[in-house]
Design a binder for this molecule. Structure first.
Ligand code: GLU
Ligand code: ZN
Length: 344
């Protein structure tokens, strides 16, 4: 990846958007939102609002084992508390993935009919033992295309063995795009994990398919999300291309890490927005602090998302992940908000 930054207003870029920005907040209701979610949602919200755009909220509850409606309600409450509003969202049927299964099946059906996707009978164990080339983190082993060339007879044989297939999208091309937060990006197909499932062997639609179909149907033009999702972007771009949908622009922002450099996760209970709220911390302290750590303010102050809009600029965002200070909670409580300079 080059270190050169993209100019979001560059009309010369083939990816420039000549129409109104439509961005999305796409939480998975699998737990409480933590500061790391607040960080990427705030940056997304600011990018969209600074461009005078429309914000869509969609619940990515496609995984029935992990999603819970109670969390969806909590997430909306947390976003409200932070001051991150949205213009379109639940309960509209377009904005909750679990209500859109027929739509995903329809797209999947067209891909199968056009020979763009194929059944894969490999077991988890087999996939694990396959030699894997270096690839982007979090993508699992690179799928070597084992089941791509199976004949009908070979497929029937596997079905008779009781194997259940996942459906994989056949790709192969390199992907290039200009990331608004990171500059030019270039991925080989294997680097992103190779041919990937659109539907799991238990019938559950994959995040990649649901997210791409939603981005198309919700006419999303700007996707802002954590850089951990970067390897998914070439996959989703391929789905969009095959659907003949326009491609959004993408911005993958750095991650917010705990003070030891670990990703924020379920075990960081004290850093959920719910805990912060219950500890008496003000939402403007949270957003002002996050904006400062994102390079948008010279020092932390209590500022609501709306007050932060004029400070947003892609150029100011750090290019590296950002660590929370060990004394971040007292900072947030307002003890040192006025005086402490903003760590970078
Ligand atoms: N639902 C995903 C998550 O919470 C975000 C996916 C996306 O922004 O595309 O990690
Ligand atoms: Zn296979």
């Amino acid at each position: 990846m080059s270190s050169q930054r993209a100019d979001p207003s560059a009309e010369s870029s083939p990816e420039a958007l000549p129409f109104r920005v439509r961005g999305r907040l796409a939480p998975s209701p699998t737990g409480h939102l933590h500061l790391g979610n607040a960080w990427s949602f705030l940056l997304c919200w600011l990018a969209v609002r600074a461009a005078g755009g429309v914000l869509v909220l969609r619940m990515e509850d496609i995984d029935p084992d992990r999603s819970r409606p109670e969390y969806a309600a909590e997430i909306m409450r947390d976003l409200d508390w932070l001051g991150l509003d949205w213009d379109e969202g639940p309960p509209g049927a377009l904005y909750t993935q679990s209500t859109r299964l027929e739509r995903y099946a329809e797209v999947l059906g067209t891909f199968m009919r056009d020979g763009l996707a194929y059944p894969c009978y490999c077991t988890r164990k087999e996939l694990k033992s396959m030699a894997s080339a270096p690839h982007a983190e979090d993508m699992g082993p690179v799928y070597p295309g084992t089941c791509l060339g199976l004949t009908d007879a070979e497929r029937r044989l596997r079905e008779r063995e009781g194997r259940r297939a996942c459906l994989r999208l056949h790709g192969g091309e390199d992907t290039r795009f200009t990331d608004l937060a990171r500059g030019p990006a270039h991925f080989g197909w294997a680097e992103c994990g190779g041919d990937f499932p659109l539907r799991r062997s238990d019938g559950v639609i994959s995040y990649q398919l649901a997210a791409a179909v939603d981005d198309a149907d919700q006419r999303i033009t700007l996707v802002v999300r954590g850089r951990d999702i970067l390897p998914s972007t070439p996959r989703q771009m391929l789905i969009l291309r095959l659907m003949k949908a326009p491609l959004p622009r993408y911005a993958h922002v750095p991650l917010l890490l705990d003070h030891e450099g670990e990703r924020l996760a379920k075990r960081h209970q004290a850093l959920t927005l719910k805990s912060l709220r219950e500890a008496g911390i003000r939402p403007e302290a949270v957003t002002g602090y996050l904006a400062c750590r994102a390079g948008l303010l010279p020092r932390p102050g209590s500022l609501s998302p709306l007050q932060l809009v004029p400070f947003f600029s892609w150029d100011r965002l750090p290019r590296h992940d950002v660590r929370l200070e060990p004394d971040m909670l007292p900072r947030l409580r307002g003890l040192r908000l006025a005086t402490a300079p903003c760590a970078r």
